[in-house]
Write a protein that binds this ligand. Structure first.
Ligand code: NAD
Length: 245
């Protein structure tokens, strides 16, 4: 089946990466809008709208999607938890995928981490290590935060279990702590390792991103998945069939 998409935020880094990935995958770009263009144009063409723009635009994007009954992939990040919660009822009115990370590999890492944390249990010390380029302004990364959330949930631990780096006389490691270490340097796009270490063996799950095209390809996969679906809000775990029962 041939797919056609419209892009919101078309002149941005991700908008351009999506157009390039679409062309490589034989997908038609029916409309491409950015600041200054009428937003509605994106909703009057194409099977699915893909938005990678700016968080303040998400309400207008969702309102138009509901008005035109258009499936929508939201890649934009930066919403406050309150902002996101307030927008969810609108997103549920249309077929919608909304994910903070469209990398297929990272989403599989989330599922593998959950399985490993569950199977290995608290005898296996869990530590997360992430590395990003020197320009990144926040730490730990959103992806590391999600990995930690999965481990904490699986082990029934609170946020207070997190150890952000270690320094000085820390004492022996306890089985109820989870370490997180953020490295910064150079032009690293994004590396994440989840480590489970016991006496006698160690399991490491590592994902390394080297190009933003992975997010573009994931978003196109989400767009194809949405075609023909009814209203409902989904994430990449649903698209990839990784949602645990
Ligand atoms: P960017 O700044 O390069 O591009 C954003 C584009 O959106 C710009 O061209 C800007 O003019 C346009 N824009 C802003 N407001 C708009 C509006 N109201 N209407 C139409 N266009 C508008 O940023 P980027 O690196 O392409 O990232 C875009 C968004 O996607 C950011 O929120 C970023 O964090 C997010 N992102 C998400 C993922 C993911 O996997 N979910 C991956 C990478 C980036």
């Amino acid at each position: 089946m041939s797919l056609s998409i419209s892009i919101v935020g078309a002149r941005g880094r991700m908008g351009q990466a999506i157009a390039t990935a679409a062309q490589a995958g034989g997908i038609t770009v029916a409309a491409a809008v950015d600041v200054g263009d009428p937003l509605a144009t994106a909703f009057q063409a194409g099977d699915v709208v893909i938005d990678f723009s700016f968080h303040a635009a998400t309400r207008d994007v969702l309102t138009l999607a509901a008005q035109y009954g258009k499936p929508l992939v939201i890649g934009t990040t930066g919403h406050s938890p309150e902002e996101k919660k307030a927008l969810q009822p609108l997103a549920q009115q249309i077929p919608c995928v909304w994910a903070g990370n469209y990398s297929v590999g990272v989403n599989l890492l989330f599922a593998l981490t959950q399985t490993a944390a569950s199977v290995l249990g608290s005898d296996y010390d869990a530590e997360v290590i992430e590395m990003h380029h020197r320009f990144k302004k926040d730490a730990p990364s959103g992806t590391a935060a999600r990995l930690l959330e999965i481990i904490l949930q699986e082990r029934k631990l609170e946020q207070s279990a997190l150890r952000h780096g270690r320094h000085g006389i820390t004492g022996e490691r306890t089985s109820t702590e989870v370490g997180i270490h953020a490295l910064r340097g150079g032009d690293v796009v994004g590396d994440h390792t989840v480590m489970f270490a016991a006496l006698g063996e160690r399991l490491e799950l590592t994902h390394k991103a080297s190009d933003r095209s992975i997010f573009a390809r994931g978003a196109l996969r989400a767009a194809a998945w949405l075609v023909g679906r009814g209203p409902g809000l989904h994430d990449m775990q649903d698209v990839l069939g990784l949602r645990s029962a």
